[in-house]
Design a protein around this ligand. Structure first.
Ligand code: FAD
Ligand code: NAI
Length: 460
C-alpha cells in the first residue's frame, strides 16, 4: 500500500483542483473517486451538462424568435436526441480532461469509494493507504422532499431533468432556486409549459431583491408561471404523468397541478455517507456539514473543502478551498476570500452578483450609496436588441469601497469578473468610474453604474 502526503476523497472541483495544486507543490497525492469518471457533480451532472443544454436551448429559442428581426429567416427544427448527445460528448471530453490533468500532475486515481479508517488511513476496496493528510471533498446530493419520491421517470431530480427523452408538454418545478430556474428555462425554451412552485414569497433567495423582481418579471414574460408562497405536499406519479398537490404556505385551499414531469429542486445537502467520520471523531453540524476552520476539521490531519462543508455550494468556491488547503499543507499561506465569491444564474438574461445585497447592508447597518445603469441606455445592448436588465453597484458611503455588485443582462457571467477583481483589490467605485472601457461594449454599463454612485453617469 502506498504512502501518500495527501489522499483526497472525491474528485469534483474541490477535490481535483486540490489534487492539481498538491501535485504542483510536489506533494505525493492520490484522489479517490467512487463514480465511474472524474469531475464530480459539476462535470458529470451539474454545471457542465446544464450549461450545455442552456446554450443549445437558447440558440434554439433565438433561431425561433429573434433571428427574423435580424433579417435571418429560418424555421428551426428540434433534434432533442442530438442536443442530448452533444451535451454527453462535451461532458466526456471534460472528464477525460481531468483524467489527463491528474496524470500530468502525477496524482494517482484510486478507483472506488473511500472510507476513513482511523487517523492517517484511507480504505478503498480491499486496500488501506497511509496518508499524512486526508481531504474530504465528497460534495453534495439533492435534498429530498417528504411526500415526493424521485423516480427519475416522472418525478425528477436535477440529474433526471438533464436527460428527459422527450420535450414535456408541461412541467412543475418545485423550488425557484438556481437549478429550478436554469433547468426550467431549458425545457420551457424547447416547448414545455413550466410552472414553478416556491415556498417563499420571492424567487432566488440570496439574490438582491430588486434584481430578483426584475428577473421574475422577465421569466414570466418568457412564459414561465410562478406560484410563490406555496408548498408541495405530495406527488402521485403514473406512467403518463404526475399529480402534484400544492397549498398556500399561509393556509388556504389545496390545489392539484397535473404535469408530464415534476422537477424537485429545493436545495442540496452535504454528502458524507459511509465515509467513516466517526473513526476520527468528526461530528457533523446540525445541517449535516463537516465543520471547518480554514479548511481544518476537528481531527488532526483531516481537511474538508467544497459542498461537504459550510458556505455557498458553488464549483469555484470548492476550487478556491481546494487550492487554499493544498497550499496550507505545503506550508504556504493558503486563503479564501469568502467576501468575493461570485454567483451566477445562467438564464437568459443572465444574473450575476458578488458581495453584499442591499438587504445585507441594511441588516448590517452599513451606510452605502448605490449606482445603477440600465442596459436600455447601453449602445452595444441597443444594437444587439438585448436591452433588458441593469447594473447596480453598492459602495460604502464614507470610503467609496465597493461592497457589492449586481448585473442582470446577457453575458452578466462574463462581466462580473471585472467587479470581482476590483473588490479583491479593495477598489473604490471611482476606480471603475475612472477606468477606460472599450466602446461599444456591454461592459461600459459597468463603468456608467460606477459613475452613477457619485451622480455623474453620462449616458442615461
Ligand atoms: P462534487 O462535485 O459533488 O464532487 C464530489 C465527488 O466525490 C463526487 O464525484 C462523488 O462521487 C465523490 N465521492 C463522494 N463520496 C465519496 C467517497 N466516499 N469515496 C469516493 N468518492 C466519493 N456550481 C457552479 O459554480 N456553477 C454552476 O453553473 C453550477 N451548476 C450546477 C448545476 C446543477 C444541475 C447542479 C446539481 C449543481 C451545479 N453547481 C454549479 C454546483 C456544483 O456542481 C457544486 O458546487 C460542485 O460540484 C461542488 O464540488 P465538490 O468538489 O465539493 O463536490
Ligand atoms: P437553491 O437553494 O438555489 O433553491 C432552492 C429553492 O427551493 C429555494 O428558493 C427554496 O426557498 C425553495 N424551497 C425549499 N423547500 C421548498 C419546498 N418544500 N417547496 C417549494 N420550494 C421550496 O437550490 P437548488 O436550486 O436546488 O440548487 C442547489 C444548489 O446548487 C444551489 O444553491 C447552488 O449552490 C448550486 N447550483 C448552482 C448553479 C450556478 O451556479 N449557476 C446552478 C445550479 C445549482
Amino acid at each position: 500500500m502506498a504512502q501518500y502526503d495527501v489522499v483526497i476523497i472525491g474528485a469534483g472541483p474541490g477535490g481535483y483542483n486540490c489534487a492539481i495544486r498538491c501535485g504542483q507543490l510536489g506533494l505525493k497525492t492520490a484522489i479517490v473517486e467512487g463514480g465511474p469518471t472524474l469531475g464530480g457533480t459539476c462535470l458529470n451532472v451539474g454545471c457542465m451538462p446544464s450549461k450545455a443544454l442552456l446554450h443549445a436551448s437558447e440558440m434554439f429559442e433565438q433561431a425561433s424568435k429573434e433571428f427574423a428581426h435580424l433579417g435571418i429567416e429560418v424555421t428551426p427544427k428540434l433534434n432533442l436526441k442530438q442536443m442530448l448527445a452533444q451535451k454527453a460528448e462535451s461532458v466526456t471530453a471534460l472528464t477525460k480532461g481531468v483524467e489527463f490533468l491528474m496524470k500530468k500532475n502525477k496524482v494517482d486515481w484510486l478507483k472506488g469509494w473511500g472510507v476513513i479508517a482511523g487517523p492517517g488511513k484511507v480504505r478503498v476496496g480491499d486496500e488501506t493507504h497511509d496518508a499524512k493528510n486526508i481531504i474530504i471533498a465528497t460534495g453534495s446530493e439533492p435534498t429530498p422532499l417528504p411526500g415526493v419520491t424521485v423516480d427519475n421517470k416522472r418525478v425528477l431530480d436535477s440529474t433526471g431533468a438533464l436527460s428527459i427523452p422527450e420535450v414535456p408538454k408541461s412541467m412543475v418545478v418545485i423550488g425557484a432556486g438556481i437549478i429550478g430556474l436554469e433547468l426550467g428555462s431549458v425545457w420551457r425554451r424547447l416547448g414545455a409549459e413550466v410552472t414553478v412552485v416556491e415556498f417563499l414569497p420571492r424567487i432566488t433567495p440570496g439574490m438582491d431583491e430588486e434584481v430578483a423582481k426584475t428577473f421574475q418579471r422577465t421569466l414570466t414574460k418568457q412564459g414561465m408561471s410562478f406560484k410563490l408562497g406555496s408548498k408541495v405536499t405530495g406527488a402521485k406519479a403514473s406512467a403518463k404523468g404526475v399529480e402534484v398537490t400544492v397549498e398556500p404556505v399561509a393556509g388556504g385551499a389545496v390545489e392539484t397541478l397535473k404535469a408530464d414531469y415534476v422537477l424537485v429542486a429545493i436545495g442540496r445537502r452535504p454528502y458524507t455517507n459511509g465515509l467513516g467520520l466517526e473513526s476520527v471523531g468528526i461530528a457533523l453540524d446540525k445541517r449535516g456539514f463537516v465543520p471547518n476552520d480554514h479548511g481544518k476539521t476537528t481531527a488532526a490531519g483531516v481537511w474538508v473543502v467544497g459542498d461537504a462543508t459550510t458556505g455557498v455550494m458553488l464549483a469555484h468556491k470548492a476550487e478556491e478551498e481546494g487550492v487554499a488547503v493544498a497550499e496550507l499543507i505545503a506550508g504556504k499561506a493558503g486563503h479564501v476570500n469568502y467576501g468575493v465569491i461570485p454567483s451566477v444564474v445562467y438564464s437568459s438574461p443572465e444574473v450575476a452578483w458578488v458581495g453584499k445585497t442591499e438587504d445585507d447592508l441594511k441588516v448590517e447597518g452599513v451606510a452605502y450609496k448605490a449606482g445603477k445603469f440600465p442596459f436600455s441606455a447601453n449602445s452595444r445592448a441597443k444594437i444587439n436588441h438585448e436591452t433588458e436588465g441593469f447594473v447596480k453597484i453598492l459602495a460604502d458611503a464614507k470610503t467609496d469601497r465597493i461592497l457589492g455588485a449586481h448585473i442582470i443582462g446577457p453575458q452578466a457571467s462574463e462581466m462580473i469578473g471585472e467587479y470581482c477583481v476590483a473588490m479583491e483589490f479593495s477598489a473604490a467605485s471611482e476606480d471603475i468610474a475612472r477606468t477606460c472601457h472599450p466602446h461599444p461594449t456591454r461592459s461600459e454599463a459597468l463603468r456608467q453604474a460606477a459613475m452613477a454612485v457619485e451622480g455623474w453617469a453620462m449616458q442615461a
